[in-house]
Design a protein around this ligand. Structure first.
Ligand SMILES: O=C(CO)[C@H](O)[C@H](O)COP(=O)(O)O
Length: 232
């Protein structure tokens, strides 16, 4: 299977967990978009669901594909969120945020009874930290916040760069919430819970990309097919 076929397979398998009438959190990224394609097809065939998007990009795509959306504040609680991830560890702790949507993704997942993560095999790791950890930060005093993040990250074993994410021409990328992203390269993260608390205690940090004890199921597509991982 090509990477695109794996994403499509994971997205399709997630549809087995979607029920009529559900209020669904809808993730961001290429794997989430594969899910959105299957969801749109089912909606076209008469499935009645309401979606809450985790980014402006996902919102635009859902509207284009005929998926009805509501704002999170108009929905009491979501039944299920389906989203991608950058890393998945054996306890289904995640790193998210390569697409810059981690804040809305975390708010939406937290408002959901259940979170299912969909991914291809390359995202499954023994320990989190091979992928740089995205941290959403306020634009005010961003270099001061980056330095504070660096100090915390080094205390927690980071060995690589701690850098403000830039797009083309060296400009910082701006999130849907008007914030910036600092990417912190660890190698591996020995205590994700302690790191998450220490990062969020820095005043300029809005949220970090560690999604701990949030997902209850991972649907992972690989060369030989799709498998489901649960928390041991
Ligand atoms: O966290 C995310 C966006 O903020 C994405 O879900 C994550 O980056 C995975 O994306 P993809 O499915 O394209 O690999």
């Amino acid at each position: 299977m090509s990477p695109e076929e794996m994403k499509a397979a994971a997205g399709k398998a997630a549809m087995a967990h979607v029920r009529e009438g559900m209020r669904l959190g809808i993730g961001t990224g290429s794997t989430a978009e594969a899910f959105i394609a299957h969801l749109a097809e089912a909606v076209g065939d008469g499935l009645d669901i309401t979606g809450v998007p985790t980014s402006e990009r996902t919102a635009r795509l859902c509207v284009e594909m005929g998926i009805r959306l509501e704002s999170l504040d108009d929905v009491d609680e979501l039944d299920l969120t389906v989203d991608g991830a950058d890393e998945i560890d054996p306890n289904l702790n995640l790193i998210k945020g390569a697409g810059g949507a981690l804040l809305r993704e975390k708010i939406v997942a937290h408002a959901s009874k259940r979170m299912i993560v969909i991914a291809d095999d390359s995202k499954v790791v023994d320990r989190l930290g091979r992928f740089p950890l995205p941290i959403e930060v306020n634009a005010f005093g961003v270099e001061t916040t980056r330095r504070a993040v660096e100090a915390v990250a080094r205390d927690h074993g980071a060995t690589g760069d701690i850098a403000i994410r830039t797009a083309r021409k060296g400009e910082s990328i701006v999130t849907d919430g008007g914030h910036l992203i600092v990417d912190a390269s660890f190698g591996h993260i020995s205590d994700p819970q302690a790191l998450a608390c220490a990062l969020n205690a820095i005043p300029g940090v809005v949220e970090n990309g560690l999604f701990l004890s949030m997902a209850s199921l991972a649907i992972v597509a690989g060369e030989t097919g799709v498998r489901e991982l649960t928390v041991p």
